[in-house]
Each structure stands twice: as C-alpha cells, then as structure tokens.
Write a protein that binds this ligand. Structure first.
Ligand SMILES: Nc1nc2c(ncn2[C@@H]2O[C@H](COP(=O)(O)OP(=O)(O)OP(=O)(O)O)[C@@H](O)[C@H]2O)c(=O)[nH]1
Length: 310
C-alpha cells in the first residue's frame, strides 16, 4: 500500500484518519459491508464463501474523518496449501498495522469458528463487534440475548448491529469507529476510492462474474491473470482499455464447465465484466477472456507470489 505513516502527518483541527480492518468468518458479509460503507462496488461479493483473496482498500472521507478500510481474506482452515498460508500471513500483517478492527458476525450465530477468529486478533487494538444481517432475524428481540452472549467473549470497544446489504445503521457504525482513529490529516485525496490499479480491479471484476455464473459448480481453485492491459485515447477523446485475461483452472475437465455450450458461459462472463469495467473506468473496454489449465498452481508458492497473493 502506498501510504504515509501517521508520524509524518500533522493533526489539523481535530480531523481523524486511520486504518480499519474488517475481519470475520467467510460469508458473514465483510465485502458487502465495505462496499456499502464506501458507496462504490470495488471488492467482490458472491454467495460462494471465500472469494476475497486480495487485500482491498476502500476509502471513506467525511467532513471530520477519513476511514481507510482494509478488507482481509477469509480465515481458512479447510484447505492447507501454499495459497492459504499466504492468505493467513496477509491477515496477520494487515492487522498489525490498523487503528481499529471491525469483527463481523452474523446475527444469531456465534460459533467456534467466530471464536477462533477473535483469538487471532491483536490484543492491543480496539475491536468493534459488528452484528450483520439483522434483517434476517425473524424476531428482533433475539438480538439482546445474543449481544449479551457475544459480549462476554471479548472486551469490545463498541457493539453495533447492522444490515450491510440494506445499508441499515451504517452511520452508527461510522460514528463508533471515528473516535478510535488518531488525529491526523487525510492520507488520501478525497476522490481516491482505492489504491489498487485498474489492472487489479479488472481481474477482481472477472472473478466476481465467474463466481456469480458458476455458483457451486466451480471448485475454489481458480485465478484470473491479466496478461495484457493497454490504455489508449481514441480520436474522439474517449479512453479505451484493451484487456486480455486468462482464467486459470486446476484441471482440464474444469475447462468445458467454464466455457459452456458453444462458449455461452464464457461469453456471458466477459460481457458482464466488460459492462462493469466500462462504468468503473469511465472508458470503452475491449475485453478478451480465455481459459487455461495450470495444474497444481494453488500448491506452488512461487506461482502464488507471481499472481500477487502475497
Ligand atoms: N440478508 C443479508 N445478506 C447479507 C448482508 N450482508 C451480506 N449479505 C450476503 O451474504 C453473502 C456473503 O457476503 P460477502 O460480503 O461476500 O461476505 P464476506 O464475508 O466478504 O465473504 P468472504 O469473501 O468469503 O470472506 C452475500 O450473498 C451477501 O449478499 C445483510 O446485511 N443481510
């Protein structure tokens, strides 16, 4: 991340600015939460668990504070290969460098896996318990005993029930985070939403479309590699991006599943991705996507590094 250290900036008029990590079990709604907090869809979400492999920074700037959100990958226990070790390392590194942590759980659910996430958190950082998906609770009075139960497990700086998807009580959450941040001038320009570049965002968008399209059909082992990313300005002044992307699968027999009958699935993935990219980049996009087999890549530490997972 291209960031200034707090010591280098001087406090101005009580303005606050700092890093906020979002942690929690897979599928509790971390990506949805960050997207709604920053008001633009950059991180990827899908019904399939564990789709967020990259650390993504979203920035929210208000009149009085700047919140730099860090979205961490799901804590993984199921598959132990090089990729997951890299992901867990990235979680630890992220948490060592934040001012506040949002620990997200699903309303009404607090199990051993949530407890395990809590135990991994640094003890010297303020942690806000975010109880998400309150819209799914059939009976709102169930919330109070649930809060009491979870509150016993940790000394939380605040407890805020929200619905990330419906945008409920996110203002309360923002107000709870603000006093936890150090006084500092903003680190990023107001219009900067992410410090990730377009090339990275292009691969995230394609990955999201694949997950949406394939649902449970596609095994988890999959990556998108942007092989070429070219920018040019057209004669009419509009911007054009030419993007060539490869979807990497682990086994030959996964290829036809992704491509679909007469290429229909791959075509839909590419079309949907292109539409999103044109909006996000405010440019015309020429996108070519194909599928490649790279056997055993998730077990190869060197390859994992090459794809930027470290
Ligand atoms: N009903 C309801 N669903 C939600 C809410 N927030 C998120 N979801 C859904 O929960 C699912 C998982 O959300 P994500 O944001 O991808 O979860 P995540 O924690 O980032 O998941 P990983 O990337 O796997 O760690 C998606 O289908 C969301 O639409 C909410 O407030 N209410």
């Amino acid at each position: 991340m291209n960031i200034l250290k707090h010591e280098e900036s001087t406090a101005v008029d009580g303005f606050r600015c700092g890093f906020v990590a979002i942690v929690g079990q897979p599928n509790v709604g971390k990506s949805t939460l960050m997207n709604h907090l920053i008001g633009q869809k950059l991180s990827i979400t899908s019904r399939k668990a564990q789709t967020t492999r990259h650390r993504i920074t979203g920035i929210l700037t208000s009149e009085t504070a700047q919140f730099v959100f860090v979205d961490t990958p799901g804590f993984q226990k199921r598959f132990r290969n090089a990729l997951n070790q890299a992901m867990n390392r990235s979680v630890t590194t992220t948490l060592a460098d934040v001012d506040a942590i949002l620990f997200v759980v699903e309303a009404g659910r607090f199990g051993p896996a949530d407890q395990a996430v809590l135990e991994l958190l640094p003890k010297d950082r303020p942690v806000i318990l975010v109880i998400n998906k309150v819209d799914m609770l059939p009976n709102k009075s169930a919330l109070f005993p649930f809060i009491e139960e979870v509150a016993q497990s940790f000394n939380f700086a605040a407890i805020v029930p929200v619905s990330a998807q419906k945008g409920l009580k996110l203002d309360v959450l923002v107000s709870a985070i603000e006093p936890l941040l150090p006084e500092s001038v903003p680190m990023f320009g107001e219009d900067q939403i992410t410090d990730r570049n377009e090339r990275f965002l292009a691969s995230e968008i394609i990955r999201e479309k694949i997950f949406r399209m394939m649902g449970e059909e596609l095994p988890y082992v999959m990556a998108v590699e942007i092989e070429k990313f070219e920018e040019e300005t057209l004669a009419d002044g509009r911007e054009l991006r030419r993007i060539y992307a490869a979807i990497l699968v682990d086994r030959e027999n996964q290829k036809p599943i992704l491509i679909g009958k007469n290429g229909a699935k791959l075509k839909k993935i590419a079309t949907d991705a292109r539409i999103d990219m044109e909006k996000l980049f405010d440019a015309k996009v020429h996108l070519e996507v194909w599928v490649k087999v790279k056997s055993g890549w998730a077990d190869d530490t060197r390859l994992v590094r090459q794809f930027g997972y470290e």
